[in-house]
Design a protein around this ligand. Structure first.
Ligand SMILES: [Zn+2]
Length: 360
């Protein structure tokens, strides 16, 4: 008997469209999502151009409308001159939320000057999420802003012991902070130890932000799983040529590996199925006010063992940091809004079947 789970939600993906469709586009990226058991993705705004106003939002959503195969929503980016959200009231409800880049990242949306944070915190609708890419000290600052403005802030991809402990302390004091962690920060350390075969990872392929951390950090994440609200991939595809170049961009693909890695951890007794359901369905739906997807579920074979191979993936980037890892638990079938969207390695819905969950 295959095991059933709800359709999973990934609140942090980079679809690379507009602007870098040689890495990924709405078609290949959402196909990868379905193959990974994910039926709803929230797309980040650091594309080319960045998504920061009605015009650029339309650009991304027009591509998504014609190409996406799973459901989706698009974040808008906080820039240095677009904080006047009160004058553009129609825009926020069309988005998944506001993304603020407070630390070094890929793309042009970095807010170095703290004076630029305030108007976004003041003007972004209070009932809509703000997601912060903020590491260590800037994460502490983002949590202070959440407390001062008494509004929810979701911290993207935490990776350090000090971060998970600070979020724990903030939650205990009633500050409206939530967080996500990515599989690569749970399964890999900076010296690339892990349970699988790590040969073939060049220095460029190791580049990711936040950087891979120490074993002590990884252990702290596992020990504080109850503090972690969501598992997210931060699916950030770059081609092999780019990763192996002299100037490798940071980022890992992750849509097709998150669930097998987590199911393997369930098999090893480090995680429960309920953890996966809470952190990949219940909590992201709550945090990002996402509507239910009716008649949507995934079926897995819990005991199917196989090796992760980039050559079998739908992502356009052509590699995975988990190449050759032996995992247990395979996505067999994905049903999205009553239609079989993926079965036995094949995508069965057309480009454009995916819906923007915030537009009718
Ligand atoms: Zn990201």
């Amino acid at each position: 008997m295959p095991m059933k789970l709800p359709g999973l939600i990934d609140p942090h993906v980079h679809m690379r469209e507009p602007g870098a469709t040689h890495k990924e586009d709405w078609d290949s990226g959402t196909s990868a999502a379905l193959a990974g058991g994910i039926t709803l993705v929230l797309a980040m705004p650091n594309t080319k151009p960045p998504i920061c106003d009605a015009g650029t939002l339309d650009l991304a959503l027009d591509s998504a409308r014609s190409k996406a195969r799973c459901d989706y929503a698009q974040f808008v980016g906080a820039g240095s001159d677009n904080a006047d959200w009160g004058r553009h009231k129609a825009l926020p409800p069309r988005t998944a939320g506001l993304k603020m880049y407070l630390d070094s990242t890929f793309g042009q949306l970095r807010l170095d000057d703290m004076a630029l944070w305030t108007p976004h915190f003041e003007n972004w609708p209070k009932d809509m999420p703000i997601v912060a890419h903020s590491e260590s000290r800037s994460m502490a600052a983002a949590i202070l802003f959440a407390a001062i403005y008494d509004r929810p802030v979701h911290i993207a991809h935490i990776s350090l012991r000090e971060e998970v402990l600070l979020i724990k302390a903030a939650k205990e004091r009633g500050i409206k902070v939530t967080c996500e962690v990515c599989p690569h920060h749970l399964f890999l350390t900076q010296d690339l130890t892990g349970f699988g075969n790590l040969s073939g990872l060049t220095p460029g392929r190791k580049e990711v932000r936040p950087r891979l951390a120490t074993q002590k950090d990884v252990d702290a994440l596992w020990q504080n799983l109850d503090v972690i609200d969501c598992f997210a991939t931060d699916h950030a595809p770059h081609t092999i040529e780019e990763k192996d170049s002299d100037n490798p961009p940071p980022g890992f693909p992750g849509l097709e590996t998150i669930l097998p890695l987590l199911l393997t951890a369930v098999n090893d007794g480090r995680l429960t199925m309920d953890d996966i359901i809470q952190k990949m369905s219940v909590n992201p739906r709550k945090i990002f006010n996402l509507p239910e997807q009716p008649e949507t579920w995934i079926e897995m074979e819990e005991n199917a063992q196989y090796e992760i191979k980039a050559s079998e993936q739908f992502t356009r980037c052509g590699w995975t940091p988990f190449e050759g890892w032996k995992v247990k638990g395979k996505v067999r079938k994905v049903v999205l809004r009553g239609r079989t969207a993926f079965e036995d390695g094949k995508i069965l819905v057309k480009a454009g079947y995916g819906r923007n969950v915030f537009e009718n």
